[in-house]
Ligand binder design. Structure first.
Ligand code: ZN
Ligand code: ZN
Ligand code: ZN
Length: 209
């Protein structure tokens, strides 16, 4: 995971400078999903996952007596995805780990095997070629058909986690057919969670592409 923490000095934080909004990933509607689950389902997913925030969260101003020291010394932690700013690292980490829902993404980019080994021919090495074909046959055995896109399940718990991942791949849209949104189970305890879990690939069947 790329490092998400960025620090700016308190004075630098402003909506016109460091806290400007960049482009958010968008949902690409999928006719097949619409036919199967209805328009309302897509609208609900779009609202829950891609919905707007009103404005970035800013910590309240410290009292005048304290503010000078704080402004001198303490940087703010800024979430690169939603631009919320936090004075304490722990609050920032809580923000990153927050659980809004459980979202499965069938990520095509994560499936791609990138060979970084140096080979004489300049093409992928035998180990990586083998790894790639193993992954493909794994999915075929699991019932993935020829016209379905290859992918890996990635799980996210909030919008900032999802957007970070999507942007990491350089994508600006996410196909409705690659998403599976689940509400948080009410009986889940803190300890049952980790920030990012890889769920067994058989738990979600991707839509054909
Ligand atoms: Zn955020
Ligand atoms: Zn990915
Ligand atoms: Zn390799």
């Amino acid at each position: 995971m790329p490092q998400q923490i960025s620090m700016v000095k308190y004075q630098d934080v402003g909506f016109d400078s460091k806290c400007t909004y960049d482009i958010k990933p968008k949902l690409r509607k999928n006719r097949r999903i619409e036919n199967r689950w209805g328009v309302m389902y897509q609208v609900a997913v779009e609202d829950a996952v891609f919905g707007k925030k009103y404005s970035p969260y800013m910590p309240t101003e410290p009292p005048a007596s304290l503010s000078e020291e704080i402004m001198e010394s303490d940087p703010l932690y800024v979430c690169k995805q939603c631009k919320d700013c936090f004075r304490f690292q722990s609050s920032f980490e809580d923000h990153n780990k927050r659980r809004s829902w459980i979202l499965g993404l069938w990520c095509h980019n994560c499936f791609i095997t990138v060979c970084t080994h140096v080979t004489a021919t300049g093409s992928a090495c035998p180990i990586c070629i083998k790894k790639d074909s193993d992954k493909r046959s794994y999915l075929r055995i699991r019932g993935l058909t020829k016209n379905q896109k290859l992918g890996v399940i990635k799980v996210f718990y909030n919008q900032c986690q999802l957007f970070e991942h999507v942007k990491m791949h350089g994508l600006s849209t996410v196909d409705m057919g690659d998403l599976m949104l689940m509400p948080l189970p009410a009986n889940m305890y803190e300890n049952d969670w980790s920030p990012e879990v890889e769920i067994n690939q058989s738990t979600m069947y991707p839509e054909g592409g």
